[in-house]
Design a binder for this molecule. Structure first.
Ligand code: URA
Length: 233
């Protein structure tokens, strides 16, 4: 779809429309290798290669942020009493109307995806979504081979029956893969087999892996390859 060049630059490069128009008039933007100084000229990011200061401008107009959520912060966009993950982002990200793709508990850590792409958010979190989530868990007592079947057989958690999950035993920790994201689901599945979760870290959503080089509370934009992996285009 064709869009105005100033709109393309402002949405993808986190500039205001005025800043984007200024950058274009100053000759910082090229389209298919040629400088274009006309802010209202129209192009298609899927067909034209657009650069700002020599850096390729991404296709999707939406913002996709991967965060390594720290403990003690809410995975919500606002809260009267507690710090939220939005408080960890700079203003130019926060003002984009971001939503959290699948919450993590306050005490949980790891991969959190934030985006202003409402449709993709819905696709990834709807009950029909096939995107599995992988968690690393430590528990008060070791998970045992006999628990594997309990996780795989679809547990009755009182208010709902969890879809079959996969429990993988590790050294002093275990890994759980589930396709749903009900409130406290992983903790409740472990409680059901008599284990109490001590730490819970999300490592993957669908094909998107947590970048382990991100420290607690750090974030980065998804690469174009990762945007493709999550189905952004
Ligand atoms: N399951 C939980 O119990 N907590 C989370 O934060 C995510 C999955």
């Amino acid at each position: 779809m064709k869009e105005r060049l100033d709109k393309i630059i402002s949405s993808r490069c986190l500039l205001t429309r005025t800043e984007a128009a200024k950058a274009i008039r100053r000759g910082r933007v090229s389209v298919d290798g040629k400088v274009c100084t006309i802010p209202d000229s129209k192009f298609d990011t899927c067909e034209n290669v657009i650069t700002l200061d020599g850096n390729k401008v991404k296709r999707s107009p939406y913002l996709y942020i991967m965060m390594n959520k720290p403990e003690g912060v809410l995975s919500a966009t606002e809260d009267k009493n507690c710090a939220t993950v939005l408080d960890l982002l700079p203003e130019e990200y926060a003002r984009r109307g971001l939503g959290v793709v699948g919450r993590l508990d306050k005490d949980a850590t790891g991969l959190l995806l934030l985006t202003d792409d409402g449709q993709l958010n819905h696709r990834l979190t709807s009950p029909k979504s096939h995107a599995t989530k992988l968690y690393r868990v430590t528990t008060d007592k070791p998970a045992l081979p006999e628990h594997i079947d309990a996780f795989a057989s679809g547990m009755d958690l009182g208010d709902f029956i969890a879809k079959p999950g996969k429990l993988i035993l590790g050294e002093g920790e275990s890994f759980v893969e589930i396709s749903e994201g009900k409130f406290h689901q992983v903790k409740r599945m472990f409680e059901k087999v008599g284990l109490h979760v001590l730490t819970l870290k999300r490592l993957r959503i669908g094909a998107l892996q947590l970048d382990e080089s991100l420290g607690a509370g750090e974030y980065r934009l998804l690469t174009e390859e990762e945007e493709k992996q999550i189905g952004a285009f």
